[in-house]
Design a protein around this ligand. Structure first.
Ligand SMILES: Cc1cc2nc3c(=O)[nH]c(=O)nc-3n(C[C@H](O)[C@H](O)[C@H](O)COP(=O)(O)O)c2cc1C
Length: 396
């Protein structure tokens, strides 16, 4: 007899779950079906969810950030080097066929939702990014992927991984991202947790999902990583809102105390003095061009330290807009723990998305991606005349 698993579109539920935010552990009260189920009728869009055990809107509630921000992490120490951002995303685990007709048959389209979230978490924490990938990629076709994932779930499979995390012991904090697959997690996430022991580590979960929310995913992870300290402050995001959720997830990371723009937040500062940062105090740099010298005093942020390490620099400076002179350092600056730029003319800053260092000689708008490196202490009246080749050195 034909086994039939009905799928349906739940647009109204999509509205209820729409948006991104943090949730306390909202596990579905509906038991996960352990039976293998075959897919005989494919959903038409990503909103389609398995009907039988999908929790109802009353069974999952999304808690606002305000409600969860009580959680404090004052004892945490996140320095970037001890943070791992591991994630699973379909787009990183699919054979991307060139001739896929994504209209006739929904297909994977990179970048993946969780992949995007992970990128933003990595940028804000300065942690190491690790994509969990299987050796045998999933089909790029939606129906076929659903079918294989469902089969793996029914068999309680552990798909083989292409690689595991090197030097896992160096990480104290793990951000773990995943999509909801069949009201749980991709089985490869369980392989990952069983092969990469997170015991004793602080784990923060982030998830992108359809109308099913987190469903049973947190339970599956907790079971597989029983020795880990898994925070209840979970970021979850409806699939269609993921691409526009950068601000929300950066805010979540800030709330946890790991955001690059939370300098001064005691939770991200090491109790042991960081030699590189403390050495930066009172450090000045000179910028020489056309017979002029402009002196800046660097702040004690990590981004300023990253710039200082690259000195001396000889580079062509460029005009940008009516208030900036910019150049691109060879190496990107580490912005974890760096303060945001908030002052006016005379600010030395770093715009992370483009990777350029900025000498401001006019007012500017604050921006969550614009980090302050220091302030001018002399020669500021010449910044607007900066042109051609400049030399930047440590000033005595
Ligand atoms: C095989 C498969 C099963 C899925 N099962 C569910 C589900 O049970 N509930 C749900 O809300 N979303 C489900 N989804 C939707 C994904 O959770 C959602 O599209 C997510 O944003 C995908 O993230 P990614 O692009 O990083 O893989 C499923 C998607 C796939 C591919």
């Amino acid at each position: 007899m034909k086994k039939c698993l009905a799928f349906f579109l739940v647009i109204v539920m999509a509205a209820l779950f729409a948006g991104c935010g943090t949730s306390e552990n909202q596990e579905s009260s509906v038991a996960d079906s352990s039976e293998a189920q075959s897919v005989t009728e494919a959903p038409e869009t990503m909103e389609a969810v398995p009907e039988e055990t999908e929790p109802s809107s009353s069974e999952i509630s999304v808690v606002s950030q305000e409600e969860t921000s009580e959680e404090t992490f004052g004892t945490e120490e996140g320095t970037g080097s001890n943070i791992l951002v591991a994630y699973f995303s379909w787009a990183d685990n699919a054979v991307l066929a060139e001739d896929v007709d994504a209209v006739a048959s929904p297909s994977v389209i990179p970048p993946g939702n969780v992949q995007q979230l992970a990128g933003w978490v990595q940028e804000k924490t300065g942690g190491d990014l690790f994509s969990i990938r299987v050796t045998d990629p999933y089909p790029s076709d939606w129906d076929d992927c659903l079918s294989r994932a469902n089969q793996e779930r029914g068999e309680d499979a552990r798909p083989a991984l292409a690689e595991n995390v090197a030097g896992l012991e160096q990480y104290d904090i793990v951000f773990l991202g995943y999509p909801n697959w069949w009201y749980g997690v991709p089985m490869a996430l369980l392989t990952f947790l069983e092969e990469n022991d997170l015991s004793g580590k602080q784990v923060y979960l982030f998830c992108s999902h359809g109308t099913g929310g987190l469903a049973n995913s947190v339970g599956r992870i907790t079971e597989a990583a029983s020795g880990a300290d898994i925070s209840d402050n979970i970021f979850d995001c409806f699939e269609e809102d993921t691409a526009s959720s950068e601000e929300e997830i950066r805010g979540w990371v800030s709330e946890l105390g790991f955001s690059a723009d939370s300098a001064g937040d005691e939770s991200v500062e090491s109790e042991e003095p960081d030699m590189e940062v403390s050495d930066m105090e009172q450090r000045q740099i000179s910028v020489q061009f056309g017979g002029y010298t402009v002196i800046y005093e660097l702040n004690d942020g990590t981004a300023a330290a990253s710039l200082y390490e690259q000195l001396p620099i000889t580079v062509e400076v460029e005009d940008y807009s009516t208030n900036e002179k910019i150049f691109y350092p060879d190496q990107a600056l580490d912005t974890s723990g760096a303060p945001l730029a908030a002052a006016g003319a005379g600010t030395l800053a770093y715009y992370e998305p483009w990777g350029d260092v900025v000498f401001f000689y006019g007012d500017y708008s604050e921006n969550p991606s614009l980090f302050e490196l220091g302030q001018v202490v002399s020669g500021g009246e010449h910044i607007s005349e900066m042109s051609g080749t400049i030399t930047i050195e440590a000033a005595e």
